[in-house]
Design a protein around this ligand. Structure first.
Ligand code: GAR
Length: 209
């Protein structure tokens, strides 16, 4: 049976599209994206998912306490029998209820080399701090902001002429690449976690004769 991925978004959804492209191209063997959920009704990623024939819906959070809202999200993910949750530009902190519902099965992508520049506008934070290199991080999600064990990172140089937008575009290309790689490692079970360290086992090479 395929491993079922649920993708949570709040906006554009380019990381969702990169994962969907990878599934379609066979770069994530044995995986399918079962559902895309958004906390925002106007998230362009919802239509992009539907256009690919992937069930997608918004669950608006207005007026709901964090946990009450997360109970709805968890129920929707369970309805679609999701094995792995991928946050892809999902701009909400998860409650302990949500995290406990999918133990070590929630990943997030963040546009900086964590623990530098967590939270919002990470690319602007990097420019304002004056770092010469930044990048992106795929990590497991816990109830703290951008804080769980780090699975993969990619380094991106900062150029003198960068604006937050040009830097974000350079980082995004790496995001799209490492999110697929991270999901593949997780679905293949090719890692172990020791404390905060995630140790990755090499992919199996071709059988030797
Ligand atoms: C991406 O850059 C992602 O890393 C970031 O939001 C963007 C979403 O783009 N996520 C965060 O900042 C989470 N803290 P997308 O909707 O096109 O994937």
């Amino acid at each position: 049976m395929n491993k079922r991925i649920g993708v949570l978004i709040s906006g554009r959804g380019s990381n969702f599209e990169a994962l969907a492209d990878s599934v379609a191209a066979g770069r994530l063997p044995g995986a399918e994206i079962s559902v895309v959920l958004s906390n925002r009704e106007d998230a362009p990623g919802i239509e992009k998912a539907r256009a690919r024939g992937i069930p997608a819906r918004a669950i608006p959070s207005k007026g709901l306490e964090r946990e009450a809202y997360d109970r709805l999200m968890v129920a929707a993910l369970r309805e679609h029998h999701v094995d792995l949750v991928c946050l892809a530009g999902y701009m909400r902190l998860l409650s302990p209820h949500f995290v406990a519902a999918f133990p070590q099965r929630i990943l997030n992508i963040h546009p900086s080399l964590l623990p530098s520049f967590p939270g919002l506008e990470s690319q602007r934070q990097a420019l304002e701090h004056g770092v010469k290199f930044t990048g992106c991080t795929v990590h497991w999600v816990d109830e703290n902001l951008d804080a769980g064990p780090i699975l993969l990172q990619a380094v991106v140089p900062v150029e003198d002429g960068d604006t937050p937008e040009t830097l974000a575009a350079r980082i995004l290309r790496e995001e799209h690449r490492i999110y697929t790689e991270a999901v593949r490692i997780v679905l293949e079970g090719r890692y172990r976690i020791e404390g905060r360290r995630v140790l990755i086992h090499p992919a199996k090479g071709p059988e030797k004769k």
